[in-house]
Design a protein. Sequence first.
Length: 491
Amino acid sequence: MLAHLPVLHVIIPMMAAPACLILRRRDLVWFVALAATLMSFAVSIGLLLQVLESGPISYEFGGWEAPWGIEYRIDLLNAPLLLLVSGISAVALFAARKSIEAEIPKDRHALFYIAWLLCMAGLLGILATGDAFNVFVFLEISSLSAYTLIALGKNRKALWASYQYLIAGTIGATFILIGIGLMYMMTGTLNMADLSERLPEVSSSRTVFTAFAFFIVGVCLKLALFPLHVWLPNAYAYAPSVVTAFLAATATKVAVYILIRFKYGIFGFDFAFSSLPLQSIFLTLGLAGIFVASIAAIFQDNLKKLLAYSSVAQIGYLIVGLGLANETGLMATLLHMLNHGLMKGALFLALAAIVYRLGEAKLSEMHGLASRMPWTMAAFLIGGLSLIGVPLTVGFVSKWYLVTAALEHDWWPVAGLILLGSVVSVIYVWKVVEVVYFKAANERTAEVREAPLSILAPTWVLVAANLYFGINTELTVGITRMAAVSIFGGL
């Protein structure tokens, strides 16, 4: 059984989805979905430990040796992200049982869990596969499921948000497929390791340049890099709250993983930064995204949309790390992928608790809410401090290494802009704190009670993780440093 761990964490949720379709009963379907997710989480822990102990794992399907057969490959780059996706999914599903009661009609609960499992399986498949075409296949599985999950929101605007995401996602996936097709045309292989060996031989071809351009633009659409982010705010704002928590913590991180895997592992560092002025493009768009999205967040009354714009800004930090084009910058990006997953998961689960009690997430309706929901708002406050990058939180650790990476180039203006971005985030976090802590409760909040434990407990698990990994950075920093060293060492 241990030999099959690389494929089990994808197969388990993939098999659980049709099982939920057959069972239909709400409580039973939730239990099956949760059990499948916990098993995938346990498998992900086993894979990470195995990679740390003995190095990358290669799993060949049907006994066909790579590159002829399909290969799953687990290494230091994707093993921590497998843990993040399955872990966030497990924590969010604990909260989902209660949360969706207020946001999704009862007759659609089974559909919700089926789509959730398929989305998770797709994200895990993207991370695990060593086959370029399978990346596209799993990307479509996760995307189609995400469109469904978003459309389940109780507001009719959820349908429009899902449609927007569908259009943008389809364009992005088409660009990615064109890029993969052109790579296959030039090399005759789809295995990533084989592609990395064959592409340099034809790297001067215009076809490879075109493939690279299509691929980069397609992935940037998927990860919502400014200014290709227009689909994300509405998708996060009108999806069911627990869906937003899952997608915000995982989906964009997986898209960034695809970018890193292909840019460094297949096209190679030299080609990636010489074929296009990618360093300048990433730094410019990343920094612009940080400020434009953060300023947009300041003016939002819908708290979910505020955090959605904040996510666009945090994606900017990830891309700036890649644009710095050094080992520390890559490490900072990998670290922030994990840390941002923890902080955004905590923040959106806290919002799920608010929506469960208030029925909406409008800041103008939350006067004095901290006096009625102290544990929920304390969780939101700590998540907000992490988002800013206050010491003793995971957000501080990520931004520390990001600034360090900029200073390694002596790029003081870039370091200054990264810090200034954190100052801007103080404004929209304080905007929330001022309303919920320093204004008197109104008629709407006066009778509100604290959120149920089934939502609070998962929220505080992620809050505790924000604090623990902000203080004890040995595991997260150690793994991401080893991953960055292995990638740059192989260039």
